[in-house]
Design a binder for this molecule. Structure first.
Ligand SMILES: *[C@@H]1O[C@H](CO)[C@@H](O)[C@H](O)[C@H]1NC(C)=O
Length: 346
């Protein structure tokens, strides 16, 4: 009897303490994004505060990085490919409907996440690529313009003057570790050195963002200009649902960053959401995903952020010679501003 009474008292406690205080315990809404891209976090938060949806917040947050060209690895004027062109990948996923809009190898359009949003809202497709994605964007009212800048042009000419080093070819002739292309298959394993060792924090960051709305709706998204000196046509993990990002209402969301050529083979964001579905804390879910990839690629460059619908969150990264700690941004109702947090890589 006494036990029953105390339990009902406990249940009543939030009401006795007053609703405002009880609400104060809820960390929602939550904005989480890869790297210390604070202005992106802030833009997503302001979108939520002014009545926007989780999808709106992801779009506006990532768009800030496209305008500011966060670290030169998001948006125009960064990561020229082998012919000197900057191309963009972006995705947005609505966890309430499981709809996705994405673009890969998008050319001559600056606002890639905006185009991804149009794919989400105005088509029943998931992913549009290349010049056709540009045509789609133009029909949706986006400006077609050159994405090159003085910086991207000089990055490219410096690369060309250094015999096109580094590049991402193997088993071709002439020897890609010494010469520029055009290349032909060599049929020999002589130059089978993995190009992946060249992918690190200096040439690949992506903004990946996860938003949990105060109503519990979940969204996630990404935007990047991909890998510096990539082979034209290369699309990374960012616009691939389940790889670059994934979101599902009632569970949570995740987003990844790093060497997309490796990451996309493991569907890390999907896998993290599955771990959370089985009850893992977001930190554990993130760590398990990194540990899985580590088994096959011990030196891969990559990190992942995870959040559940309760507002718990976490992150994990793979330890790499140039990458031992991963920074990400957090903004929730328990904070008064976007806060940078760090995890040690495992
Ligand atoms: C963030 O926004 C502030 C205010 O608009 C601006 O001064 C600052 O340069 C921005 N940060 C970056 C990294 O662009």
């Amino acid at each position: 009897m006494a036990r029953k009474l105390s339990r009902s008292l406990l249940l009543l406690l939030p009401f006795l303490l007053g609703v405002p205080l009880a609400q104060g315990f809820s960390p929602l809404p939550l904005v989480l994004n890869t790297w210390p891209f604070k202005n992106a976090t802030d833009a997503a938060w302001r979108t939520l505060v002014s009545g926007g949806t989780a999808v709106d917040a992801v779009e506006n947050g990532c768009a800030v990085c496209e305008t500011e060209r966060c670290e030169g690895t998001v948006g125009f004027g960064g990561s020229p490919d082998e012919v000197g062109e900057t191309t963009l990948d972006a995705m947005i996923m609505d966890g309430a409907t499981m709809n996705v809009g994405a673009v890969g190898d998008l050319r001559r359009i600056k606002n890639a996440i905006g185009v991804a949003r149009r794919v989400l809202d105005h088509t029943t497709h998931t992913l549009l690529v290349g010049d056709s994605a540009t045509n789609f964007a133009e029909s949706m009212g986006f400006t077609v313009e050159d994405l090159s800048t003085t910086t991207s042009k000089s990055l490219h000419s410096e690369w060309a003057s250094k015999n096109c080093q580094p590049n991402f070819w193997r088993r071709v002739t002439p020897d890609p570790s010494k010469y520029c292309g055009p290349y032909k298959p060599s049929g020999s394993l002589e130059w089978a050195i993995s190009a992946h060792k060249q992918v690190d924090i200096h040439n690949h960051d992506t903004i990946g963002m996860v938003v949990i709305h105060k109503t519990g709706h979940v969204a996630a998204g990404t935007s990047t200009n991909g890998l510096k000196f990539k082979i034209p046509g290369r699309v990374g993990d960012s616009p691939i649902p389940g790889a670059g990002a994934y979101a599902e209402d009632m569970i949570g969301a995740a987003a990844a960053t790093g060497d997309g050529d490796i990451l996309m083979r493991f569907l890390p964001s999907y896998q993290a959401v599955e771990y959370m579905r089985r009850g893992d804390h977001p930190t554990t879910a993130c760590q398990k995903v990194i540990a899985k990839i580590q088994k096959y690629f011990p030196k891969f460059f990559g990190a992942i952020i995870c959040a559940n619908v309760m507002g718990s969150y976490g992150a994990a990264c793979n330890k790499h010679p140039t990458f031992t700690q991963f920074s990400f941004m957090v903004y929730n109702s328990l904070r008064i501003q976007p806060t940078e947090e760090k995890v040690d890589c495992i």
